[in-house]
Design a protein. Sequence first.
Lengths: 256, 281
Amino acid sequence: MAERAIATGTSLLSAKGISAGYGREPVIEDVSLEIRPGEFVALVGPNGSGKSTLLHVLLGSMEPAAGTVRLFGEAPDRFHARWRLGFVPQRPTLESEVPATVREIVSSGRLRQRGWWRRQSETDRTAIDHAISSVGLAEVADRPLNELSVGQQQRAFIARAFASEPDLLVLDEPIAGVDRASQRRFRESLVHLQREHGAGVLLVSHELSAVSDVIDRVIVLKRRVLFDGSPAELASSGVSLGIHQDDLPLWLEGLR
Amino acid sequence: MIGALPLPAPLDTADVQRALLACVAVGAFAPTIGAFLVQKRLSLIGDGVGHVAFAGVGLGLLVNIWPVWTALVFAVGGAVGLELLRAKRRVAGDLALALFFYAGIALGVVFAAKAGDLDLETLPYLFGDPLRMSTGGLVAVLVVGAIVAVGIWSLRRVLFAVVSDEGWARVEGLPVDTLGVGLAALTAAVIVSGMKVVGLLLMAALMVLPVASAQLLARSFRQTVWLAALIGLSSAFVGVVVGQVFHLSISGSIVLVAAAVFTVVSLARRSLPAVVKGAAA
């Protein structure tokens, strides 16, 4: 899969020399990365390593102190085809007690693509149904979200990101606390999006076991990029990172 | 002035019929917008805007301008200003909001007292007086109601998306700030339009209580909005009839009916969870 990614064209997302922080001390320093079409990239790092800050900068919700970001070749504030970017926030939940169905939530994901002021078309409805089915929620599509398990709720928010048929999917800790069945479904739906639509995926997660076999590249962040390469290279460079190769899974686990 | 329709007592006079129409309209459109505010976790914003609007009422009385205009300026300014501060995260917590709102009502008291009107003149603004509703006032209520209905209906999907998950909506590039300001301005217009109907202090209750009942019964956001409007409308109708029959305050009766509906619905739901879930499955 790594070969396929390298063979493909322009980058979906690129960052060069990013430094950013909230005070004088930078939270991330001189971070560069790139995601190409069809590529599945996992971003890992311990708590406080700057993953969230980096995501804010990459998605354009925070200005970096230094460096440049390009989303589909555009600066984030000039990037208007936002529907090409699907985003699943960390532990998204509806805080309110007002019931909302899976279909209502997923329909929101289609707004940017069709123009939020336009009526829903047949194509929109098909895309919404497809997104719901691809995460295995077709049978509960019209049930309120607060009646579903945490895993099902999480999948509804993933389907919301799928609904715009994005070229790049960014997921922030999407499977934290999710049951095994949902994790399996999650993996299948990501693979489906990546293979069927050739989308790139940036997954920020501590729990890579569910998707370990489909990851093309791992980026290890701890203020700076400590490593950027294939999982196999990470395994072999475990020693140079100061960790014995056999301890690598444990080390990744220890990044929690 | 239009003559009275042939309705049975106590709805047989023109002033009661105007009051009934105004109350039923406010009862329907206040919770329609309220559903989006509750979803945004801003249930108490209506209360706060009512306090700020009172400063406008006081100023209107002081400088001899129709207080509805000055209340509207204060309410829209307050609601929009607050939304902008909230969106930029410049307002930290409830305390700042409390300061803002209580300063509003205190300013209203100071203005009204200075005008020598801090008594019977200000009470209808605070607690409503639908029986003294003029035809012009009724038309204003109906116009605001129509604007709310059309605005909410045409923006329902994007408003739902934005109030449900603001952070995600920003990343998606949805017009979060514009819609936030629009919703705030509409909220202020609703509060002021209901000022002479159920009063500034009770409008917020009518925006939220029917939504609280509806969310216990509904199975989707769309159902919640419709059901909240229906409960609000029915509470207003029953409130007017009860108020007239038993010689009680109409605005107080409406809100008490809405509160009673919520109590009954929540008790019924608590005691019959299996039935409700079974019916839902």
